[in-house]
Design a protein around this ligand. Structure first.
Ligand code: RIB
Ligand code: CA
Length: 318
């Protein structure tokens, strides 16, 4: 017996896909985060913007293009942005992601990325054409492009539905004992963006993302799932964060939190970033929620098995 209400419920239209731009520095975990976005019907990937970080801007950009072409999405634009930090140049993370930025992954070069529009111009164009609170931005790299957007286009910030950031650490860092890499690479940018009261920001911090590893059996499942899974597994094979054999897929938790928000738990907070030139540079200190139009939220926990299943079921099958 089918309850009439069930029939009505079945007629409920699926929610329209969330317009999404990913600001990235591929980067092995960036690559898996992009693969999860491409495999997720909950999002409409409008473009990748790139920034210097794990590798140079040129390499981040060519990696992003090659990844999308490999994932069957040559239609998604890649738009380069800042080639250095707002105030100080960044150091690459090559000892973690390898000389190509993609670990042991080998994939054909993508189409050349035409010079022209800057990432901030692309982001502004997308936001200007969007309704209020409609576009989600995933920031999985140093926040230089986002800081430039906030400074140049304050009038467009109300078009952002969520800015979901991989960065900061409420405990030890992975670049220095005090600082997480994305925050350390451009702390002035992080302070500007995470202190912006007009943007609904969710920070997915290192003490949550450091748990996002796959078991050896799951890595083999990824490797054997598809050609794309094998490519991503070969990238992860060549990825060593903090030199302890750990392979946390930090950035992937940002995409997972966008497509399945209850994969993480969060709390409202404020955050201050150390922008000094001391050994504390890039350190993040969390405080109580601030009175703001869009209070910042920070991750407090994750459903690791849900994260692993979501990631494997989608990127391995693709
Ligand atoms: O600390 C982790 C972050 O630094 C991730 O975005 C990873 O890609 C590296 O850039
Ligand atoms: Ca990254």
């Amino acid at each position: 017996m089918v309850n009439p209400g069930d029939i009505e419920r079945r007629r409920e239209p699926l929610a329209p896909p969330i317009p999404l731009v990913i600001d990235c520095d591929p980067g092995i975990d960036d690559a898996v985060a992009i693969a999860l976005a491409v495999a997720s019907p909950e999002v409409d990937l409008l473009g990748l913007t790139t920034v210097a970080g794990n590798v140079s801007l040129a390499r981040s950009t060519s990696n992003a293009r090659a990844l999308l072409d490999s994932f069957g999405r040559p239609d998604v634009p890649v738009v380069p942005g800042a080639e250095r930090g707002l105030v100080r140049a960044k150091a690459p993370h090559a000892d973690v992601h390898g000389p190509t930025g993609l670990g042991n992954g080998r994939l054909p070069m993508g189409e050349p990325v035409a010079a022209g529009e800057h990432a901030v111009q692309f982001l502004a164009r997308v936001l200007a054409a969007a309704p209020p609170r409609s576009v989600t931005i995933a920031a999985i790299a140093p926040l230089t492009n986002l800081a430039l957007l906030v400074a140049l286009h304050p009038e467009l910030l109300d078009r952002i539905r969520h800015l979901v950031v991989m960065g900061t650490s409420s405990g030890p860092g992975n670049m220095t004992p005090h600082a997480e890499y994305n925050t350390w690479a451009d702390p002035e940018a992080a302070q500007r963006v995470l202190g912006e009261p007009a943007i609904p920001v969710c920070v997915v911090e290192l003490q949550t993302t450091r748990h996002t590893t796959l078991t050896p059996r799951q890595l083999d499942e990824l490797r054997g799932g598809s050609a794309r899974g094998a490519l991503l597994a070969s990238m992860i094979d060549g990825y060593v964060d903090q030199g302890r054999g750990a392979r946390p897929l930090h950035d992937v938790l940002v995409t997972a939190a966008i497509v399945a928000p209850d994969v993480i738990q969060t709390r409202p907070a404020s955050v201050e970033i150390d922008t000094s030139t001391s050994e504390q540079r890039g350190r993040s200190t969390f405080g109580p929620e601030r009175d703001a139009p869009a209070p910042l939220r920070v991750s407090t926990d994750l459903d690791l098995e849900r994260f692993r299943r979501l990631t494997l079921d989608r990127v391995a099958a693709a």
